[in-house]
Design a protein around this ligand. Structure first.
Ligand SMILES: Cc1cc2nc3c(=O)[nH]c(=O)nc-3n(C[C@H](O)[C@H](O)[C@H](O)COP(=O)(O)OP(=O)(O)OC[C@H]3O[C@@H](n4cnc5c(N)ncnc54)[C@H](O)[C@@H]3O)c2cc1C
Length: 381
């Protein structure tokens, strides 16, 4: 019998494999990954440097051990280049492999914005262990780091790198930090905390061009100001990796389109994790993929189970100003009610019907998280 095949060995791919093994210890199982297949926690990438973590020490379970643990064949450093859903075949290294059921757990890729200048290609991003290795190499001997993007990942890197001895500048076209997730007062509180560490902030500006300078790089910003730096890190966001699914004719919008059973538009092909769009929602975070993996494992063994997303708070890993956020649905009408005492903020988002639909907590208010989460509506009921 052809194996159940999972493309991707990130948190999504490995979690669904582990959940599957809880239900069926022996069904043939194969995982394929273009990376080296070692297990690591991707969220650690943005606060690993100050803890002196290397790509090697971030790995918690090597690929050979993973293969044993989940009783699976793992084809690492192997890119799936084509998918023929009619024949139930994928192509790797010019060979055809059959699958019984296929799970796409291909993750997300960095968004690249076009920049002018002869060093535009020197902008780094950190989305996996290989990127992190390049980033650490670039930091050797460097003093100044510019981070493009003051969202969750950009702010986390800033909070990690400044105390580690770098002079960090954070640049974002939005008016304040975490602009897409939190009300302004929270963004500004985080900004003050980062500034207190020594981080320089530029809002309502973006990088226009990158040129090689005498030492490092010279950036021109959209207001024509000039900034010199040694390392440039882009944290402007990720988008679902959809090429394989698109080429195979699967339904794709912002992500690979799946229904409540994580089923794509094509028979026997499922998807989860950062590559997916469930009922219009693209949620590139750990909790959604954990919820999805549990139900998908059941569906793969024949117990058709829909995914439900409860309220899924995200912890922003900025120790200078810890934040927990459970954002309201994008575009939802309503307003924030804010209680603020210095760094301790409780912001609650209410709909016009006075229903609680989102919350942001900082400082000591984070202690109220458990109670509030119970009151929040599910993201997908
Ligand atoms: C720096 C950083 C910090 C983060 N912090 C947080 C946080 O604090 N909290 C939180 O909830 N989330 C956080 N996230 C998001 C979270 O890490 C992701 O949601 C999660 O790791 C995605 O897992 P995934 O398995 O879907 O994707 P990935 O980990 O990207 O895995 C994708 C896999 O697919 C493989 N692949 C892709 N295409 C192919 C192909 N054609 N052939 C073979 N293999 C292929 C890749 O090699 C890889 O193994 C963070 C992300 C980053 C980058």
């Amino acid at each position: 019998m052809s194996p159940i095949t999972i493309i991707g060995t990130g948190l999504a791919g490995y979690t669904v494999a582990r959940e599957l093994r809880k239900l069926d210890k022996n069904c043939p199982l194969r995982l394929i990954s273009s990376d080296d297949g070692h297990f690591y926690s991707k969220p650690m990438l943005s606060n690993a440097y100050a803890q002196k973590k290397t790509p090697e020490t971030l790995v918690t379970i090597p690929v050979t051990k993973m293969a044993e643990q989940i009783n699976a064949d793992i084809l690492a450093k192997t890119q799936v280049t084509q998918l023929d859903s009619q024949q139930h075949i994928i192509e790797v290294n010019g060979k055809h492999l059959e699958y019984s059921q296929l799970v796409l757990a291909c993750g997300a890729e960095q968004i690249h914005i076009p920049l002018a200048g002869n060093a535009a290609n020197k902008v780094l991003s950190v989305n996996d262990l290989v990127d992190y290795a390049h980033f650490r190499t670039a930091l050797k001997g460097a003093k100044r780091v510019v981070i493009m993007g003051a969202g969750l990942i950009g702010c986390e890197f800033a909070n990690d790198l400044q105390p580690a001895g770098f002079s960090v500048t954070l640049i974002d076209p939005a008016p304040y930090a975490l602009g897409r997730l939190v009300p302004e007062v929270v963004g500004q509180t985080l900004q003050h905390a980062l500034q207190a560490l020594g981080v320089t902030l530029h809002f309502e500006k973006a990088v226009k061009s990158v040129e090689v300078a005498e030492t490092g790089y010279r950036l021109i910003l959209t207001d024509d100001s000039v900034l010199d730096t040694d390392v440039i890190l882009s944290a402007i966001g990720l988008r679902p990796r959809i090429q394989l699914a698109t080429d195979a004719g699967l339904s794709v919008e912002r992500g690979i389109v799946v229904d409540r059973f994580l089923k794509t538009s094509t028979e026997d092909i499922y998807a989860l994790g950062d590559c997916v769009q469930v009922e219009g929602l693209v949620l590139p975070f750990v909790m959604p993929l954990m919820n999805a993996a549990r139900v998908l494992a059941k569906t793969l063994v024949g117990q058709l189970t829909p995914v439900i997303y409860p309220a899924m708070p995200i912890a922003v890993k900025t120790p200078a100003c810890p934040i927990v956020v459970s954002p309201p649905a994008i575009g939802l009408e309503g307003e924030w009610q804010i209680e603020a005492e210095g760094k301790d903020i409780k912001a609650l988002f209410y709909t016009p019907e006075k229903k609680l639909a989102g919350c942001v907590l900082t400082g000591t208010k984070i202690a109220e998280k458990a109670t509030l989460i119970k009151e929040l509506p599910p993201v997908l009921a």
